[in-house]
Structures are given as structure tokens and as C-alpha cells.
Design a protein around this ligand. Sequence first.
Ligand code: PGA
Length: 257
Amino acid sequence: MRRRIVAGNWKMNKNFQQAEDLFDELVDLLKNGQNKDTDVIVCPPSLYIEMAHDLSCDEEDGNEVFYGVGAQNVNEHESGAYTGEISAGMLASMGVEYCIVGHSERRRYYGETDALVAQKIESLLQNDIIPIVCIGETLEERESGKAFEVIERQLEEGMFNLKPLDFVKLIIAYEPVWAIGTGKTATPEQAQEIHAHIRKCIQEKYGKAVSSTIPLLYGGSCNPKTAPELFAQEDIDGGLIGGASLQAEDFMKIVNA
Ligand code: PGA
């Protein structure tokens, strides 16, 4: 069986106190009512990674771990004169286990290309951090019938250079750009169609044993109402949640969907 995963992407939200409050609320809810079949990952702004890590497990209670800690971005270089940047080695040394790569906001506002995504993935894997790689088409690309083509290019150029043993470590998130932060969720059918296509492309490249184990998450205005039907689709193994991850109760409902 594939892993079920719900990851929260806080983006650039919350000050220190608000972040601490949200972690506290989340831990309370996870302690009391988490569906244990689902792995929870939280990706706060980098400044709060140490706090996220400290609060992620209960040392008194047999070291029970409530969520995995993820970063939202990483620099592709190991170290050096890259002012303002953070390397995979630094993230690993702070206990980070996951990192989002290739988010459409990074592609759009910071010019991240598939080639750069490939470099970042490599650097993360070298540091034993699991990349959560985002792919997805814009509205214009969907309307001109190019959704499959875009997805194929992002897979091909961003990930298909990896050896099978590395590729199996990835988590892939399908996030249609037109659904991110817009309140427009893809219908379960639209999402399933693309997820099935992603799995088919992976199968063609790496074989069925690999394609059937890679977790494929859906992201884009996923909320407590839309999550159950989306997550019931055959090829959707969970979600990457933006806006709704900023509210502990909403996020918990999605986790338990
Ligand atoms: P959203 O963001 O849930 O706010 O649409 C999802 C994402 O960008 O990861």
C-alpha cells in the first residue's frame, strides 16, 4: 500500500507567536485524533524550523512523533557566497526531513526552471531529505489542451534523470496553477485524470514497481469539504495544503479525510 500523506505549506505567513500558537493547536489535535494511516508533514517558513522540530515529538510520551518537518525551498549549492540562501546540508542539520521543490510560486516569481528543480532535488537527496516536487499546468496551458504535455516536460526535465533507487524516494504533488490560492479546486475527475497520467509516465520510465509506490499528492484550494472526494480517487494519495493549513482545525479535518 502507498503512504497516505497530508502536507501543510504555510508559505510566507505567521509571525513567531502565531506560528507557535498554530503548532500548539495542531499538536493538541494530532495527539487526540489523528488518523494513524496518514503521515502529516508541516512546512513552515525556514525561521520556524527549529521550533517546528522541537514541538514535533513528545519526549515524555515515548518520543511519539506528530508530524514530519519540511522546508519550503532550498538552494541548489552546497555552501558559499549565496547571500540569503539556505542549503540542503543546513536544513538536514536542523532535522528537516522533507522539502518542497518547484512550487509554481517559485517557478513564477523566482524564475525556477525544470533544470534548477533537478539540481535542487539532487542536493536534497544527497542530504537525505525527501523532495516534495510540485508540477502542474497554468490555466492557459489547460485551455489550450497542453496540460499533459506540460506535466510530461516537468517530469522529464525535473526528475527523470534520477536513477530508480533515487526516484522512488520522491513525493510528487500535482498542483494545477489555476487552482492555487484561487478557491477553484480541480474536480476529483480532473485531478484523477492527471494523477493517472503522471503514474503512467512514471511506469513507462521506471516500471510498475516504482510507479505504484510513489505518493502523488493533490494541491490547489484543497479544503475540508473537497478533500474527502479528492482523496478517494484511485491515484490521489493525499494533499499539499496551502491556505487551509493555516487553521489547525481545517488542516486536521483534511488529515482525517
Ligand atoms: P492552496 O495552496 O491550498 O492555498 O491553494 C496550495 C499550495 O500552493 O501548495
